[in-house]
Design a protein around this ligand. Structure first.
Ligand SMILES: [Fe+2]
Ligand SMILES: [Fe+2]
Length: 194
């Protein structure tokens, strides 16, 4: 896939991110293209958003707080307790200003961290691609890769289940957005099965 902006983002990320995170970004780009192809979404936009989604992931706590203050980013209480969650909102703001990403593209970056009930289909693709790209090796990822090609909502439910289990084990906060999204998707499935 040849595109000037895609090349520019790639060069920026190469400078900004560790090799591990850079490789993850390439993996998400590839998976996002695949899923966009299956679900008839814009492949080039999926590639750009998949590639750039973690652009703010390696900022220090101090850099995060400075960025939030200087750029008027609205952070909720959970995000302030767990600053890492803000890399979605900050990443979207960077991509809007530096790469002129559309609002829809930015929204997918914002929603890739915790998910949200308002997610579009495009957002869902990025959310799932982030968790199942080829570099992800966690137990059960293969099963979700197969589900994701057929039923993106079911893949999201299973991914949130997994992340809630991890939060419980590590005694971490579970963001309310993930729980609300899971509830919504389960209710939607139940009503479809009536
Ligand atoms: Fe991320
Ligand atoms: Fe990521």
């Amino acid at each position: 896939m040849e595109d000037e902006l895609l090349k520019k983002i790639m060069l920026d990320l190469q400078k900004k991110l560790s090799t591990k995170r850079f490789n993850h970004s390439i993996g998400v780009m590839r998976k996002a293209i695949q899923l966009a192809n299956i679900y008839k979404q814009d492949e080039l936009q999926a590639a750009k958003v998949g590639l750039a989604h973690d652009i703010a992931k390696e900022m220090s706590k101090e850099e995060i707080l400075n960025y939030v203050n200087e750029n008027n980013i609205k952070a909720d209480e959970t995000e302030l307790q767990n600053l890492g969650l803000l890399h979605g909102k900050i990443g979207a703001d960077i991509c809007k200003k530096r790469y002129n990403f559309t609002d829809d593209m930015c929204m997918a970056i914002i929603n890739h961290t915790t998910g949200d009930v308002s997610m579009s289909f495009f957002d869902k693709i990025i959310f799932v691609a982030d968790k199942i790209e080829e570099g992800r090796k966690w137990d059960g990822v293969e099963e979700i890769r197969i589900i994701a090609d057929k039923d993106i909502d079911l893949a999201i439910i299973k991914l949130i289940d997994k992340s809630i289990q991890k939060c419980i084990k590590k005694n971490e906060i579970i963001h309310i957005n993930s729980i609300q999204l899971r509830n919504k998707l389960i209710q939607k499935k139940d009503s479809n099965n009536l």
